[in-house]
Design a protein around this ligand. Sequence first.
Ligand SMILES: Nc1ncnc2c1ncn2[C@@H]1O[C@H](COP(=O)(O)OP(=O)(O)OP(=O)(O)O)[C@@H](O)[C@H]1O
Ligand SMILES: [Mg+2]
Length: 238
Amino acid sequence: MPMTTEGREHSASTSKLPSGIDGLDSMLGGGIPEGRVVLVLGEPGTGKTILCSQYLHWGATERNENGVFIGMNEPKSRLVTEMRDLGMDLASLEKKRQFGYVDATEVRRIPEQARVGRIPVGGKELGLAIVLDSISDLVFRFPRIEERRPAILDIVEALQSTGATCLLTSELLSTGETRRLQPEEYLAEGVIMLRIVRKGVRTIQISKMRGTKIDTAPRPFVIRDNGIEVLAREEVYA
Ligand SMILES: Nc1ncnc2c1ncn2[C@@H]1O[C@H](COP(=O)(O)OP(=O)(O)OP(=O)(O)O)[C@@H](O)[C@H]1O
Ligand SMILES: [Mg+2]
């Protein structure tokens, strides 16, 4: 059985960490399972980065947790500016050493043969949250699905071995009833799916959360001045 933190085994009744997103925890059956890796899957611009930033920001400001953001898409300055416009002061959290940014944007430029995984974030201490945003550029290097799976497994296991509660983002490659599931959907403990179903209508859906009773219906969400807010009791009309 995989260990989450020293001496503690995975069990059916994992404790949950608040996501920091209004309305989302009730859909998640309480929150994000502690010490696990949960995938945030969505098409470009659906809100993956905002959701993950809010998770770290809320944990730092409300629960005194430390957060690490591993950014593959944008340098720190861009993330900090974008999130400042949504009411999150990551710069001051960084000064207080509650937020750390690992700039992994260069990883995208490493030639094909690069190994994936073994992410250099240490410490099995509790109260650490990690975001990896996103794995898409890395896994796209492996055109064949049989190669992609071990690469993603490597990443998921590396994150899991830190004992931190992790969010991992990835690009949703196809939609519709007949779409093929992506390897990361099998490998993550849970999957939160973000979509823009039509102009201006964003939806969030928990498609999987091992060992947890969840609300599997898609629910609308909005991005306002204070970030993402999920309208957990509203239906999405086709
Ligand atoms: N200050 C803001 N107020 C309202 N909406 C905003 C604000 N800032 C960003 N948005 C919305 O959030 C969207 C981007 O969210 P985010 O960057 O989290 O998406 P993403 O899923 O990470 O995209 P990508 O796949 O390109 O990284 C924008 O397209 C915009 O519609
Ligand atoms: Mg993003």
